[in-house]
Design a protein around this ligand. Sequence first.
Ligand code: ADP
Length: 164
Amino acid sequence: MKHKKSCAIYAGSFDPVTYGHIDIIERSSLIFDELIIGVLNNSAKSPLFSLEERVKMIEDVVGHVENCHVESFSGLLVDFARQKQVDVIVRGLRAVTDFEYELQIAQSNRVVAGDIDTIFLTTNIEYSYLSSSMVKEYAQYGADISRFVPPNVAQKLMERYSGK
Ligand code: ADP
């Protein structure tokens, strides 16, 4: 029997990408043959970084993960997954606070797209407190964010908040 290549999508806003996201990317790329990192273009949210900036920042830090690539999408994640012919969505779970929200999304996705499954990777304990919004909050006040995000992202945040 021919083994079908396994492929998954890890999607999010990534505004900006953090070490927590990178950890999930590295770990899911070991589980699947191919990983698509889907960057959401959500017109309802007003992100700090443009879609192009968010894509570029991720591309710059996942070069060592050979079986992944970054794409942007708008609209429903399940539609993007179908378009890519991918039937697994990866999400990261940090704490119980993520659980209810993530469960709701995963279950409603199963209703509208029963052919697509969501799997959850629990956060590396080291990053369980980390979120893009927390990083932005710290960066805004000039705090050291080098333990939260890679240097290229820290640089972009500093520039953004210093008005450069
Ligand atoms: P969204 O806007 O969809 O919540 P995010 O960019 O905040 O997107 O997160 C994308 C995914 O990464 C989500 O599954 C989220 O739970 C997960 N995630 C966010 N931060 C971390 C972290 N520190 N560790 C592990 N997973 C995380």
